[in-house]
Design a protein. Structure first.
Lengths: 460, 170
């Protein structure tokens, strides 16, 4: 089954100029976020014992010791403190988590109140939890943001953390605060401080313009990567967020490329005359999976992210395509129509032990292994709904009911699934999110139509 | 008894309908009669040999596209008649190179449809090669579900979009 092959050296590979003619200007990479120690909070359970959906959280504006100018906000750190609280509130509200009350309807605490809240001010507002925070401009232009979560009934601090961020990354501090609150109150891993790559779509159904674009998990900091001159499809962020791999028709043929976000350069993932599809990273970023059609027959290959020889992982007359690694990188779930129709299969990372896992009677396509490892999301390609199943193919549950929903991608914590929905007739597309109960579904606003979402891990 | 016959009749007409579903609706103009063989003339008035216009005029537009059933890529009798007509043209004009574009309908996932379009384009290519057209003159490209010709979301539109279309490069 496993076969080492040397991919054909292209005798007419796309010239570098052609590969780059669809790219916009490269962008500056984000700065690292430094975490700073804050005083420990209460490690025990919180006092609230109801449904978390009913948990009221008051999130007043973050305080500042001194209102000073900052590149992050034209009106200074005081205005930035208000914005920080707004971002945290909308993170929690838009995901149907808790019952947050934002800063626009709350009094503003002073800098001195942050570490010792004025309980009498907040006790009358009915919220069970209170968030306080501060923002300070440092002499090196960077910002220090502190985030505190208090239990109103206990009048105790539950958790606190702080971060030093560059002014351009101020929203990351808000997402980290939202993540801290979410994790402390639910026991789940964080997910807000992450990004999404997707395909922005415009134009009529028979002449769609499809551009590679990226944005934060809440839709902010939106950027187009390609100009739209060539069709771009199916992006994936590298685990370190330094690169994107995606399919482009920039040389007239479907080929997958690796785009370096920092340098703006892109390269073919493999030098071959054959069409390549469906690129995927391994969780450690060392491997790229891709699918290649030779003489019309598509199989799955893997290649080191550094380049070199490709290794063929599947070898059947059917279409074998896609692939998603288990979190530990040891196995791959992929799709194949070797049985006559699209079904999901699991194999070891070297291509051995291939076995079918989906037997529900519907087509199984675009399987994606949860970052927690406990579920596989897939497209039911008979009814076009997003579903989940266990890694052995059991406990199938349908989560969505659109006319055509496809291409699930997991939030970094494996609790939320994003996908895209196509409207009947118009062909308009949009991004949606649903939690694992299937009850909390919402659309994610994008500047134009959107498809092929790919949610990256928590930012490094 | 009567019910059974009626059912049988209904079934067979359903089958006939299903069989018809595969082909795109016959909205296309009938295939032109034999076009005169283009003999090189000092003052060419018609389209250049190998141009899409020339190819269309010679084989007829209906013969430039073959259609497929859902998820299928086999060449049936109707397809082979069309491809034979194409092969005549490409044998006659042996310098003409061309592309076969493979497509899928919108009722499939994006990546699978790219692979399926490639498989359909290769089916048509292999048939032409079996008729003696050198593979080196044939390029294939898959557009998956990215380039529909019929824009509705219904069986008739999907049937028109599951296709392999031959276009000349010259």
């Amino acid at each position: 089954m496993k076969k080492l092959i040397i991919t054909a050296i292209a005798f007419a590979a796309a010239p570098l100029a052609a590969q780059n003619q669809d790219l916009g200007e490269p962008m500056a990479e984000g700065q690292d976020v430094e975490t700073i120690e804050e005083e420990e909070g209460l490690s025990g359970s919180v006092s609230f014992e109801g449904n978390l959906d009913d948990l009221g959280i008051a999130i007043p504006a973050f305080a500042t010791d001194r209102n000073v100018p900052t590149p992050a906000n034209a009106n200074g750190t005081e205005a930035l403190g208000l914005e920080l609280a707004r971002v945290i509130t909308s993170d929690l509200r838009n995901n149907g988590l808790f019952k947050p009350t934002g800063p626009d309807s709350l009094p503003r605490p002073s800098a001195a109140d942050i570490q010792s809240p004025v309980w009498s001010t907040w006790g009358v507002r009915g919220a069970e939890m209170l968030v306080h925070g501060y923002v300070r401009a440092r002499s090196d232009d960077r910002l220090t943001v502190g985030c505190y979560l208090y239990d109103m009934a206990l009048q105790q601090r539950l958790v606190a953390e702080g971060w030093v961020v560059s002014p351009a990354d101020w929203r990351r501090a808000a997402h980290k605060c939202a993540d801290l609150i979410y994790s402390r109150l639910t026991g789940e891993s964080p997910f807000f401080d992450s990004r999404i790559a997707y395909i922005a779509e415009t134009g009529p159904k028979d002449n769609r313009v499809k551009r590679l674009a990226i944005m934060d998990s809440d839709g902010a900091n939106h950027r187009f990567i390609t100009t739209g001159r060539s069709t771009a499809l199916t992006p994936r962020y590298s685990p370190d967020y330094k690169k994107l791999t995606y399919l482009s028709y920039v040389d007239g043929n479907p080929r997958i490329y690796v785009y370096d976000i920092g340098t703006g350069k892109q390269t073919l993932v493999t030098q071959s005359e054959n069409p390549t599809f469906a690129p995927r990273w391994s969780p450690d970023g060392r491997w790229i999976l891709y699918s290649m059609a030779v003489g019309g027959n598509t199989d799955i290959y893997r290649v080191s992210a550094q380049g070199g020889r490709s290794e063929r992982l599947t070898d059947t007359p059917g279409i074998d395509i896609g692939g998603s690694y288990s979190p530990d990188g040891s196995r791959i779930v992929f799709e194949s129509d070797r049985s006559g129709a699209q079904q999901c299969y699991v194999m070891d990372a070297d291509g051995s032990n291939q076995r079918r896992i989906s037997f529900g009677g519907s087509r199984c396509a675009t399987p994606e292994w949860s970052p927690r490892g406990d579920q596989i999301a897939f497209t039911n390609a008979s009814s076009f709904n997003v579903s989940v199943m266990s890694p052995s193919g059991g406990n199938v549950r349908t989560l969505t009911r659109g006319w055509q929903d496809e291409a699930p991608t997991w939030a970094p914590n494996g609790r939320i699934i994003q996908f895209f929905r196509t409207e009947r007739n118009s062909g308009k597309t949009s991004l949606w999110q649903v939690d694992l109960t299937g009850e909390n579904e919402r659309s994610l606003p994008t500047p134009v139509d959107a498809s092929d979402p790919a949610w990256g891990p928590i930012l490094p | 008894m009567n019910t059974r016959i009626a059912t049988a009749v209904m079934l067979s007409s359903a089958l006939a309908l299903a069989a018809c579903q595969k082909k795109a609706p016959e909205e296309l103009p009938p295939m032109p009669e034999e076009t005169p063989v283009a003999t090189p003339t000092p003052t060419p008035a018609g389209p250049a040999v190998g141009s899409m216009e020339h190819f269309l005029a010679a084989v007829g537009q209906a013969n430039t596209v073959v259609y497929f059933d859902t998820d299928r890529y086999n060449i049936d009798a109707e397809d082979s008649a069309k491809l034979q007509r194409q092969a005549q043209y490409f044998s006659q004009y042996s310098n003409v190179t061309f592309t076969i574009e493979g497509h899928a309908d919108e009722r499939g996932t994006r990546e699978y449809n790219l692979a399926l379009g490639e498989r359909r384009a290769n089916s048509a290519k292999n048939y032409l090669v079996s008729l003696g057209i050198p593979a080196s003159r044939i390029r294939t490209v898959s557009y998956g579900k990215e380039r529909p010709v019929a824009l509705g979301s219904n069986e008739s539109a999907w049937a028109q979009n599951r296709r392999a279309a031959t276009v000349t490069i010259n």
